[in-house]
Write a protein that binds this ligand. Structure first.
Ligand code: BGC
Length: 667
């Protein structure tokens, strides 16, 4: 026997080397040596990596990234994989979403303005032609049944603390003496286009986003919302999961084109669309979750865009009122909190596209944002009055967004003036007319000529004034505002200044020589977003002072895109979302203090969002969910993130003793 001294096998003893005179034996000997080597390597790999060679309770290590195959499930009733297994097995996450890959070559790219389609009898065949002609291929849902989730839905064990207690308290020990009021609404928000998927199912008509997402490059990852979260079939599961977290309210939006596939007054109502929302509302109530309805969250029926340019035309007003009336009559008594519009400020400045390709004659791209505002405000006001005339139960308003602003250099006149300008040009653009005066802010009227910003008549002013029962704000952040480089006046005189007409500059770092960032920053593709917890309470106080209502104030969206979350290769990494947890818990703490210590009438909060979803132009690249959605899993499996569990712990330990909120609203 001779010892072979080869790197890692010093101890291995092999048979004597064969004699040089016997080639056959030499070959056999070599084969034996090779086989022994292979066995050795396999053995060592087993020791180092294989759970089989350790002990039976050991967990396998994380596996490299593998893209699972898509299974088509025609009918599903149980076993979707949404019940947590309890095993924290590391799972590799695929990097692409096969359900959302867009077929860029289908559908027409840009259409001439003007009447481009014959709606005929608004029949099924016409709708089919419309889909085929304008959208092209649509990815169909991989299953078509609504599975019934277990109730109560099981929650995982809480995540272990990330930091020592002297640095970060456990959620139930934060502000232990403060409690939310008994009728406080606590829940999550989603929006139809971002969540539902099943865009062509049960008679739904296309929305503008179904169309624009087909344009290569319009959505950052070239995805569509064809499938999204498939909330159309998975809403019961999602509601059950929210209920398990303690949520007592759910804010969702209705896809107008599910109710009126062609959008227009006089075109048929789609009963199946109404039925979907009835089921959702009914199930929500069954679970003790107050359903809250937004009538419009940016998804204009494409037919209206094609026919007359959507919100560029006054024709949108009657069509919207007609749609709202159907919803009011159908949901009176089951919905108590209504919003007409989500974030009109964002909606009316969404990239000139698709409006530019479908603008009616007489409306330029420069005019569009203002014309859109005018039609939207009038549509809101008319719907508000209709709500009251029909004696619909509950309250109605619309969702503002943005912030009031803080002077970057406190005490500097120019920056203080810039803050006022920002208020007038942003929240004030809608809140001043609707909540206060019936008219555009004075500052804006003084600067924008009527050919750009159409004026309201005296009758319209009367119609618009005071058409909100409560103040709603999607308060994601507060920001620092300064005068633009070169000053406000120079900007005002120069229409081609990039900041014109608002003429302010936004800063996300302070004015100290060092220039500290305003707060924890979000995912880089969401460069507008940062955690400004220290400003949220004063912001809500200021809004309530500026726009007081009898119905109080709701934080209708708040949330965070965890930095680089979508790049995390493993599920256990992706569900660890400390930055989002910081934001949600610090906002909740500030809100609690705002209610108890400052007496701000905050009535409810809705985190954005219950699950990851399709983030408009960013596609699936940014995630906002408190639950992770595996877009590659055949059932779009949801997994609670840390933030969901910690938020739930905070709420459950700070809500009024018996959660009477829904009961109070049902009385
Ligand atoms: C919108 C949501 C959006 C969220 C995050 C909100 O302004 O209402 O639709 O997903 O911001 O960007």
């Amino acid at each position: 026997m001779s010892q072979i001294d080869l790197k890692s096998s010093r101890a291995l003893v092999l048979p004597d080397a064969p004699k040089a005179s016997d080639p056959q034996r030499v070959r056999i000997g070599r084969m034996v040596i090779a086989a022994l080597w292979l066995m050795l390597i396999a053995y060592r790999l087993g020791l180092d990596h294989g759970p089989h060679f350790r002990n039976s309770s050991a967990l396998p290590d994380a596996q490299p990234l593998v893209l699972p195959k898509i299974h088509i499930i025609p009918t599903v009733t149980t076993g979707l994989g949404w019940i947590p297994t309890g095993l924290p097995t590391p799972q590799a996450l695929p990097s692409v979403n096969p359900f959302a890959a867009v077929r860029t070559a289908t559908g027409p790219l840009g259409r001439p303005q003007g009447k481009a389609f014959d709606w005929g009898d608004f029949g099924h065949d016409v709708m089919k032609r419309f889909w085929d002609d304008w959208i092209g291929h649509v990815i169909q849902p991989q299953f078509d049944a609504v599975p019934l989730p277990p109730h109560p839905y099981p929650l995982p064990s809480p995540p272990p603390p990330l930091y020592p207690e002297y640095y970060a308290l456990p959620p139930d020990q934060i502000l232990p003496d403060l409690t939310f009021p008994p009728d406080f609404l606590f829940g999550w928000a989603t929006a139809a286009q971002q969540y539902e998927g099943a865009v062509q199912t049960d008679g739904r008509g296309p929305s503008v986003w179904d169309w624009t997402s087909r344009f290569p490059g319009y959505i950052a990852d070239n995805t569509t919302a064809d499938i999204a979260d498939l909330g159309y079939y998975l809403y019961k599961q999602d509601l059950a999961r929210m209920a398990a977290l303690g949520g007592n309210a759910y804010s969702f939006s209705v896809a107008w084109s599910r109710i009126f596939p062609f959008g227009m007054k006089g075109s048929p109502v789609n009963e199946k669309g109404l039925k979907y929302y009835e089921d959702l509302v009914g199930y929500s109530r069954e679970l003790g979750i107050e359903p809250v309805m937004t009538l419009f969250h940016w998804d204009t029926p494409l037919a209206l865009q094609v026919e007359y340019g959507g919100f560029a035309s006054p024709r949108i007003i009657d069509d919207y009122v007609n749609y709202a009336e159907v919803m009011f009559r159908r949901f009176n008594g089951t919905i108590r909190l209504w919003y007409t519009f989500n974030e009109p400020g964002v909606f009316c400045v969404q990239p000139g596209f698709p409006q530019n390709t479908t603008l009616p004659h007489g409306v330029s791209a420069a005019q569009y944002p203002y014309v859109c505002r005018r039609h939207l405000v009038l549509a809101h006001a008319k719907v508000y009055h209709l709500f009251k005339e029909l004696n619909i139960q509950g309250e109605i308003s619309y969702k503002n967004d943005d912030y009031l602003g803080i002077a970057w250099r406190r005490g500097r006149k120019e920056d203080e003036e810039a803050v006022k300008r920002h208020q007038a040009y942003y929240i004030g653009f809608f809140a001043d007319p609707i909540h206060l005066t019936g008219d555009w802010p004075e500052l804006v009227k003084a600067e924008l000529p009527p050919d750009l910003l159409p004026r309201f008549s005296a009758d319209e002013v009367e119609l618009i004034k005071g058409t909100a029962d409560f103040f709603a704000i999607d308060a994601y952040r507060e920001d620092l505002i300064s005068a633009p480089p070169g000053g406000i006046d120079a900007c005002l005189r120069n229409r081609s200044h990039p900041a014109w007409p608002e003429c302010v500059s936004k800063k996300d770092y302070d004015s100290s020589p060092y220039g500290w960032g305003i707060g924890e920053f979000a995912e880089p593709s969401m460069d507008w977003l940062h955690n400004s917890w220290q400003h949220i309470r004063p912001l809500l106080q200021r809004l309530n002072d500026m726009y007081p209502t009898t119905g109080g104030i709701y934080l209708t969206e708040f949330g965070f895109a965890e930095p680089h979350e979508n790049e995390k290769p493993y599920l256990h990494q992706a569900i660890q979302d400390p930055a989002r947890t910081h934001l949600l818990l610090s906002y909740l703490g500030e809100i609690l203090k705002g209610i108890v210590e400052d007496g701000i009438p905050i009535k409810g909060v809705f985190a954005w969002s219950s699950v990851d979803n399709w983030e408009w132009n960013t596609g699936f690249k940014a995630r906002f969910g408190n639950q992770f959605v595996d877009y590659s899993h055949p059932t779009l499996k949801r997994t609670f993130k840390r933030s969901a569990i910690e938020m739930s712990q905070f709420w459950k330990s700070h809500r009024a003793q018996a959660d009477e909120s829904v009961a109070a609203m049902s009385d």
